[in-house]
Design a protein around this ligand. Structure first.
Ligand code: 4AD
Ligand code: MG
Length: 461
């Protein structure tokens, strides 16, 4: 159908004698001899006002055209005498496409809680807030590709089904070809030899190993796709399925990695501020009043770069009462990360050189033999946005780490081969896409920045 989108109509340079608009009715008001409809078609935050004069074709269906109904309007685009809008539509005909029963349609004109809207995840994109998040999410995805293409990175596709545990943290979802009613057992245990064509397989926790593989051939690459974690943590920042952006650079070290993480974060924030003004506005108004100040602060300042050891010292001296202990050798918890970024430095902090015991096998061992060239970029309100490292490019050291951690050497034969033939220093990171969206919109729960969240208790829709 040759239809005009509401956004195009609202941004038109001049009026139009005839156009077709399709969308969903947000509200209807009756006046003497005509009615007003506020129509939204998802193309932008704003509705367009439609005037339905008595007697036009379809006017008799108006009693059935209520909030939530879908309609097709033919009409002209004319200047609006109303305040705050340049254009409105004078309908020549209206057609009710899909009825929505006002007794049962759940999105009536009032504010609904996020909790309630999660129970109707299939209808929530029709609200202002979730429509806006979805459009911002889309724009941000394009921005990632623009940014990396401009920097001559290649976009690579890493597999979703994998045989190796990138993080070695045992948080993999098993992929099973089993018939649930007939799981093959052997001596009381599941017989995995009949699983993925005779092998154990899982959903990927990270595309990093593939990205490293490709970086050691193409130079600079990135992957951007869904990743999965079987961690049963019911927090506002963890999902079982989330998207991760993972750049990987050859001939690069930890400083290059931190530079890229900082530049990329700032670019993406600036891009959304520039391209999603209307949509972002409602978050600054209704979700977090200090949102724009927080974002300004991030893009206008250099990120702090702080060795892990110094971070521990700062946290030990802090007056704040922490729930979790602070000790060299223990991982930082969200409360510590937020203290550093919100209270102490009041800006993003890149904490680097973590003790090797709390980081993954592939991170490059530092000369002190007890820390690795890892970096976590922490941001206000979220905590960890980015986790990355310079990778271990020395085969003997890598083998030592694989053994130390009790991992299966055979599984990593191809990864080790990359160190055997033409090894290079290289570095990369993973940025949680939903966490970036939370940062940019001020939304405090990860379940509200992804259309169909996969978390504990969320598998419907
Ligand atoms: O720190 P993580 O676990 O690092 C990796 O997976 C590396 N292999 C990435 C790399 O170097 N290529 O995860 C990276 C980021 C975190 O900083 C966080 O933002 C996000 O992914 N993240 C999650 N986001 C939502 N839900 C979860 N369960 C997440 N786990 C990690
Ligand atoms: Mg991490």
């Amino acid at each position: 159908m040759n239809r005009t989108r509401v956004r195009q109509a609202l941004e038109a340079e001049s009026g139009m004698d005839h156009m077709t608009l399709c969308g969903w009715v947000r509200t209807k008001r009756d006046a003497k001899g005509f009615s007003f409809l506020e129509l939204n078609d998802g193309s932008c935050l704003k509705n367009i006002q439609v005037i339905i004069d008595e007697g036009i074709p379809g006017f008799e269906t108006l009693p059935d055209i209520n909030t939530g109904a879908s309609v097709k309007v033919e009409g002209s685009l004319v200047e609006s005498p109303g305040k705050g809008q340049k254009w409105e539509v004078r309908a020549q005909s209206i057609e009710l496409i899909g009825f929505a029963d006002p007794e049962t349609f759940p999105l009536q004109k009032k504010r609904h809680s996020d909790e309630f809207l999660r129970t109707i995840a299939h209808l929530r994109p029709r609200t202002n807030k979730y429509g806006a998040i979805t459009r911002i999410r889309s724009e941000l995805s394009y921005a990632i590709h623009t940014y990396f293409r401009d920097k001559d990175f290649f976009y690579i596709h890493s597999p979703v089904i994998t045989g190796s545990d990138c993080e070695g943290a045992g948080e993999m979802f098993t992929v099973s070809g089993f018939d649930f009613d007939n799981i093959p057992m052997q001596e009381g245990k599941v017989d995995f030899s009949q699983d993925f064509f005779g092998k154990r397989a899982s959903l990927t926790v990270s595309g990093q190993l593939s990205a490293e593989n490709m970086a050691t051939a193409l130079g600079d690459v990135y992957t951007f796709g869904p990743t999965f974690r079987a961690e049963n943590s019911n927090t506002p920042r963890h999902a079982a399925e989330f998207w991760m952006l993972e750049p990987e650079m050859a001939f690069a070290d930890l400083n290059d990695d931190m530079d890229l993480g900082e530049e990329c974060t700032k670019y993406l924030i600036n891009h959304v501020r520039e391209h999603c003004r209307d949509d972002l506005e409602i978050f600054g108004r209704f979700v977090d009043k200090s949102l724009f100040a927080t974002l300004d602060n991030i893009v206008d300042n250099d990120f702090v770069r702080l060795p892990y050891g110094e971070a521990i010292e700062i946290l030990k001296k802090a007056k704040a009462k922490f729930e979790y202990p602070v000790e060299f050798g223990l991982d930082l918890q969200t409360e510590h990360e937020r203290y550093l970024t919100e209270k102490h430095f009041k800006k993003p902090v890149a904490v680097y050189d973590y003790p090797k015991e709390i980081k993954a096998f592939y991170m490059r061992l530092n000369d002190d033999n007890r820390t690795v060239a890892a970096v976590d970029i922490l941001v206000p309100r979220i905590g960890e946005l980015i986790g990355g490292s310079q990778r271990e490019e020395r085969l003997d050291v890598l083998d030592m780490r694989i053994k130390e951690l009790g991992l299966n050497m055979d599984e990593y034969w191809w990864y080790r081969d990359l160190r055997h033939f033409g090894t290079v220093p290289h570095a990369g990171f993973g940025m949680g896409f939903e966490r970036l969206l939370m940062l940019i919109t001020g939304v405090s729960n990860i379940r509200d920045v992804i259309s169909f969240p996969r978390t504990v208790n969320h598998l419907e829709f």
